[in-house]
Design a protein around this ligand. Structure first.
Ligand code: PEP
Ligand code: MN
Length: 247
């Protein structure tokens, strides 16, 4: 059984870059997260970008890099799959398969990952209601896979100071309506690195099972989402603050 421990009571921190860019980048991040005893490493190999001209990710080469870092430091790896044809291959490399916001209603993909014995991280569609999100999880569950973690990553509203509006109320609502663990994504949920810490504290206070946070050794050089990524010092501070708040 490949069930993750997320949702078992502890506040889980998943961290890593938006995109896997190179072995050297991932080795730096892996070594850093290991030193903080963060055990879940995220990193996109297949990136759903708004423009087809933007960096699309390293694809399977990214998966290979993630596996090397996993084997070296013993991480659980979280990475996105966008295409049902890639699911079988992803199964070999990834511990938690992420279904991104843009694919929350890709029913072919949902049914495909529903056949796996593997944890699925289902992000909320940026324009999806909570009910639609729960029904998307139902597509996965109806194929037999009940190892589902939901992730609130913000929704589109008229507010444009933040990249998305982080709907924190989805946490108690999901808790009352489902059995699934729920994570908050403060990086995409706010789109601003200075808001990642307050959003993480709010996630902890409202009862989320954890957070998934984008970090980068040099955010200004990141190939995607650098503006919302924390550098190592900022992330270390966040981990320390959360540890203090937890006790
Ligand atoms: C990501 O996690 O980098 C990502 C693309 O997230 P979302 O699907 O929530 O936009
Ligand atoms: Mn991103």
């Amino acid at each position: 059984m490949n069930k993750s421990k997320i949702g078992d009571g502890d506040f889980t921190i998943i961290a890593g870059p938006c995109a896997v860019e190179s072995y050297a980048q991932m080795e730096k991040i892996g070594c850093f997260l290991d030193s903080l005893n963060v055990r879940y490493l995220r990193g996109g190999a297949f990136k759903p970008r708004t423009s087809p001209d933007s960096f699309q990710g390293l694809g399977f080469e990214g998966f290979r890099i993630l596996r090397e870092i996993k084997n070296k430091y013993n991480f659980e790896i979280v990475s996105e799959v966008m295409d049902p044809r890639d699911v079988e291959k992803a199964y070999e490399y990834i511990d938690i398969i992420q279904i991104g916001s843009r694919n929350m209603q890709n029913y072919t993909l949902l049914k495909e990952v529903g056949k796996l014995n593997k944890t699925i991280l289902l992000k909320r569609g940026m324009s999806a209601t909570i009910k639609e999100w729960i029904m998307a999880a139902e597509y996965i569950r109806s194929e037999g896979n009940e190892n589902i973690i939901l992730c609130e990553r913000g929704i589109r509203t008229f507010e444009n100071y933040t990249r998305n509006t982080l709907d924190l109320m989805s946490v108690p609502i999901i808790k009352s309506k489902t059995e699934y663990p729920i994570l908050i994504d403060p990086s995409h949920g706010t789109g601003r690195r200075e808001l990642v810490l307050p959003a993480t504290k709010a996630a902890l206070a409202i009862g989320a099972d954890g957070v998934i946070i984008e970090i980068h050794p040099e955010p200004s050089k990141a190939l995607s989402d650098g503006f919302q990524s924390l550098d190592f010092d900022e992330f270390k501070k966040l981990v320390n603050e959360i540890e203090k708040t937890k006790v």
